[in-house]
Design a protein. Structure first.
Length: 269
């Protein structure tokens, strides 16, 4: 006859059950607490909105935090502080700001203090166009058009004169005058010497470019733009300034002409 298995006392069985299944109860408890905390946080309201505008390389700002707050206020039916976290679409906040003319990128997040932080990177102006047809705007390094800023005038080369009308696809056409001006301005910005030298580009009725330097009263005849020829002419100009002009003095000259092959023709006053 088989020996009957002895039944363990109830208190012991309870202890063993807790040891075996206690982790399940603990996990469920943690989950409940976590969901409760998430629900409480999402029901909370933003306490403050803190936009930060990263400055341009020269330390300036084309847009202010106050203007960004105004843009957000105009785009939401309620003040952000009146919305619960569950009702705030962070992606929409970023999209609204990135549609602002001077904003290249916006990152938004809510921290543990219920502060909505917004970090804005500005578009960087490359040149300013003041055309005889009345158009007046900035272009950035990608050829995107930017309006003038109420807060700051960017220190970039100014292009004046007979400039073609802006079109949204000009960067797709290498023969477009605006495309060529963007390429020229990129080259100028990348060269420390030329960036410190060139202040203005005037486009005459023949389509030739005339440069005005930041120092001196001379004008520099650059001629029509050509991808290779223009770069070669600018290199000759740099050499002339470094090796020729210092000995004679800038004030003796009224113009430099780069349109002739392998030389700089300097005309004295």
């Amino acid at each position: 006859m088989a020996k009957q298995k002895q039944k363990l006392p109830l208190p012991y069985r309870l202890v063993m059950g807790i040891k075996s299944y206690g982790w399940i109860f603990i996990t469920l408890a943690i989950a409940v607490i976590a969901m409760s905390a998430i629900g409480t946080r999402e029901a909370s309201h933003v306490q403050t909105v803190a936009p930060v505008v990263m400055p341009l390389p020269d330390g300036s700002a084309l847009v202010t935090p106050e203007q960004l707050l105004e843009k957000l206020s105009a785009s939401f039916t309620k003040p952000l502080s009146a919305l619960s976290l569950a009702d705030i679409d962070i992606k929409r906040v970023e999209d609204v700001l990135e549609n602002q003319a001077f904003v290249a990128d916006a990152d938004a997040f809510v921290d543990d203090d219920l502060q909505l932080n917004i970090i804005v990177t500005q578009q960087v102006p490359l040149l300013r166009v003041i055309a005889e047809n009345g158009q007046n705007y900035y272009l950035d390094e990608n050829g995107l058009r930017m309006p003038l800023s109420e807060n700051y005038t960017a220190r970039v080369p100014v292009v004046t004169g007979n400039i073609v009308l802006w079109s949204d696809d000009f960067m797709e056409d290498s023969d477009n005058q605006l495309y060529q001006l963007v390429q020229f301005a990129r080259h100028i910005r990348a060269d420390e010497f030329l960036n410190a030298l060139v202040e203005q580009v005037y486009v005459n009725t023949a389509g030739e470019w005339v440069l005005a330097p930041k120092v001196g009263d001379q004008i520099i005849h650059l001629g029509r733009y050509h991808e290779m020829t223009t770069v070669e002419r600018l290199e000759r100009l740099k050499t002339f300034y470094r090796e020729g002009v210092p000995y004679e003095g800038w004030r003796k000259y009224k113009s430099f002409d780069l349109r002739y092959n392998d030389q700089v023709v300097a005309r004295k006053n």
